[in-house]
Design a protein around this ligand. Structure first.
Ligand code: HEM
Length: 354
């Protein structure tokens, strides 16, 4: 009953658009704003995540240069595909960094985020609220996979391609300043459920909720702050921040209001200063109150303020921490990994059997 009611409210909140949500409260693991009374009713604190946390990063079975004998050209092929895409549109690089995060946080890094809907499963992760009409970069993964299959078939997993692509996008978008050591050896999963994307932190989350969400995947509070720095690239839709214009730096908010012009689907740059560069500018933006989401702005809280100032001030500090945290992200394991090397990244092998 509560689930049905929640679904109805979610639908209404979305159909009503951001204006209807002014002055409202937050729910569904921070992905939706609901009137406070409904929030209290439907979303007692901590209820956003239905599944038990998956095991924390272990990384067993992964190694660096994993394909150096079995498919020596694999990592080079991915790098070239990413370079071409980022040169054409840096936003796709941002999409690839996010794709990796959204893959690894749900069922571990198993490329479950890439699976298209099928007759038997019309609700894969791609249809989940955080992903639908939002994730991008799929075509780069497909292009790399096609070239890799031609060079050495049935050898390189889609999950590894996603991880290498995030590493390479980070490298190119940081102009070579960020070089993530990324092992290979992941396998592709065979299951993907939209409902499980509620494990991803939402833009209306406070520090405690962000901390809980990252801790469930084995990350510390400092690593959460470090990874949030990825919001120095890419774009975001107005529906996720138009309720908090009054809380932002007012010059910044005025520009955003004009860009959004009451359309929740409009995209704006996450970092208005160095929009296409993966750098520590995000932390200065947090300090200056020139960030989009509640989940960005709350990093000014006492628990995380020191890390924000350090990351903003100390050259190289954030970059090294980001490399380590992204490598760690690549080691998140789900409980059902190690199943196959997909032939095509958006569907499981032997699909006819299912
Ligand atoms: C801390 C909790 C986080 C929250 C609440 C959050 C939420 C969001 C939201 C709502 C968007 C905009 C989506 C849209 O408008 O369609 C976004 C974009 C983005 N996020 Fe996060 N995110 C978080 C952490 C991360 C992490 C850990 C990474 C990567 C390491 C990341 C990378 C990105 C990137 C690169 C974009 C822009 C994507 C693009 O332009 O295609 N985010 N995030």
């Amino acid at each position: 009953m509560a689930t049905k009611l929640a679904a109805l409210v979610v639908l209404v909140a979305f159909l009503a658009g951001p204006a209807a949500c002014e002055g409202t409260y937050i729910c569904f693991n921070g992905w939706l704003r609901l009137p406070s009374i409904l929030d209290k009713l439907l979303c007692p604190r901590g209820s956003g995540t239905r599944r038990e946390p998956v095991p924390s990063p272990s990384g067993s079975g992964l190694s660096y240069g994993y394909y150096s004998t079995s498919c020596p050209s694999a990592e080079k092929i991915v790098k070239e595909a990413v370079k071409k895409a980022v040169d054409e549109n840096p936003g796709i690089g941002a999409g690839l960094v996010r794709l990796f995060f959204h893959d690894c946080f749900v069922r571990g890094c198993d490329a479950s985020v890439l699976l298209n809907t099928t007759n038997s499963n019309n609700e894969t992760e791609r249809e989940g609220l955080p992903n639908m009409n939002s994730l991008r970069g799929f075509e780069v993964i497909d292009e790399a996979k096609t070239a890799i299959e031609a060079a050495c078939n049935n050898t390189v997993s889609c999950a590894d391609i996603v991880a290498f692509a995030a590493r390479d996008a980070s490298y190119f978008l940081s102009n070579g300043s960020i070089n993530i050591p990324m092992p290979g050896g992941r396998y592709d999963g065979r299951e993907s459920f939209a409902s499980e994307t509620d494990q991803l932190p939402g833009p209306f989350s406070n520090v405690a909720e962000l901390n809980a969400s990252f801790a469930a995947k084995g990350f510390t509070l400092d690593e959460m702050v470090t990874l949030s720095g990825a919001h120095t690239i890419g774009r975001a839709r107005c529906m996720f921040f138009s309720s908090r214009f009054s809380e932002m730096n007012q010059t910044y908010a005025a520009n955003l209001r004009a860009e959004c012009s009451n359309n929740g689907d409009t995209n704006v740059n996450q970092d208005s200063v160095t929009s296409n560069v993966l750098d520590k500018q995000y932390y200065q933006n947090v300090i200056d109150n020139k960030v989009l989401f509640t989940s960005d702005a709350v990093l000014n809280s006492t628990e995380t303020r020191t890390q924000v100032i350090d990351n903003a001030d100390k050259p190289g500090e954030w970059e090294r921490k980001f490399e380590k945290a992204m490598e760690k992200m690549g080691k998140i394991k789900g409980d059902q990994q190690g199943l196959e090397i997909r032939k095509v990244c958006w569907r499981v092998n032997n699909v006819g059997q299912y």
